[in-house]
Ligand binder design. Structure first.
Ligand SMILES: Nc1ncnc2c1ncn2[C@@H]1O[C@H](COP(=O)(O)OP(=O)(O)OP(=O)(O)O)[C@@H](O)[C@H]1O
Length: 290
């Protein structure tokens, strides 16, 4: 089964064109949708999750017409929104049981077995009687995945799932995602480059409503291979370097900015060739350097 998105457009009432002719083909496995805040990722995710309409375009999931057969989509969809909403005082086990009932698992015994299975899968079984409200960020996200998996979805959408997680929680969450990502089409929408690097082989980069790249993660790196140079500079010099070079990223290393610049040929001034990373591709694409 494939998800085929063709020429999707969405303009909000305030004039923001959030999706501009977005076309993507996404197969089974984990697909990374990378873009800065405001790129249009959530608009796309909400459209695929049948929560909002597009102005034009079409989307097919296997033989389902996603924009017009919403009930059919919902039967095979697992969705973890950016904001999971108000966390009730109910315990994890009660809430999952309720959600499973809403999703049509009517048989009590079957539902109990499913809920226990899901709680074990996301490693929350021992916390099942605690209120979801009291969970840490990572536990909530894992709970979110458990509710996503009710009904054995064919399409799983997770929107910015790792924002705000500490490194330990993020790792646990990565492991869980990579486990479930093998069985379905899983779209991971994120502004965190590391999420895509660690989990995905296929990806797209979006900015201002447009798809700037669509393809393999390794192929994305090849776009800038051999064209990224780095240099450690004095703090106050950053604006000057920005003016004179195509600076694609800067981060502090040992208190000094280490800048990555994009250049077709080796720049003068003591730059050394750097190993290109996905963050470089991301910024090079967003700044239209490649
Ligand atoms: N309901 C809405 N009404 C008007 N404008 C909206 C609405 N939802 C989103 N937008 C605008 O559309 C653009 C894309 O927003 P969207 O939330 O899809 O981006 P995003 O990539 O998911 O970013 P973020 O991570 O910040 O949510 C932004 O400029 C945003 O302000």
């Amino acid at each position: 089964m494939q998800l085929e998105i063709n020429n999707l457009n969405k303009q909000y009432g305030n004039g923001v064109h959030a999706l501009k002719d977005v076309s993507l083909t996404i197969g089974k496995g984990m697909f990374g949708l990378l873009g800065p805040n405001g790129a249009g990722k959530s608009s796309l995710m909400r459209t695929l999750a049948t929560l909002q309409d597009a102005d034009s375009g079409n989307v097919r999931l296997g033989d389902i017409d996603v924009l017009n057969e919403k009930d059919k989509v919902r039967q095979v969809l697992g969705y973890l929104p950016q904001e999971f909403g108000v966390y009730p005082r109910s315990s994890a086990v009660e809430l999952l049981d309720h959600l499973a009932l809403l999703k049509g698992v009517k048989n009590t015994g079957e539902r109990k077995a499913l809920v226990n299975y899901l709680l074990q899968k996301v490693n929350l079984f021992e916390h099942r009687k605690k209120a979801v409200k009291s969970f840490s960020g990572g536990m909530r996200q894992r709970f979110g995945i458990a509710q996503c998996l009710i009904g054995n979805p064919k399409l799983i959408i997770v929107d910015e799932p790792t924002a705000g997680l500490d490194p330990g929680e993020r790792n646990r969450f990565y492991n869980l995602l990579s486990e479930i990502g093998e069985e379905a089409i899983l779209i991971l929408s994120t502004h965190i480059v590391q999420d895509v690097r660690e989990l995905c082989t296929q990806m797209a980069i979006m900015n201002k409503g447009e798809v700037l790249y669509h393809g393999g993660v390794d192929q994305a790196l090849e776009l800038i291979e051999g064209k990224v140079y780095e240099k450690s500079i004095e703090k106050g010099m950053l604006p000057q370097y920005r003016e004179n070079y195509a600076v694609i990223s800067d981060k502090l290393v040992g208190g000094k900015p280490l800048i990555h610049v994009f250049a077709e040929e080796e720049p003068a001034n003591d730059f050394v060739k750097a190993e290109a990373n996905l963050e470089d591709v991301f910024f090079a694409k967003i700044n239209q350097l490649v």
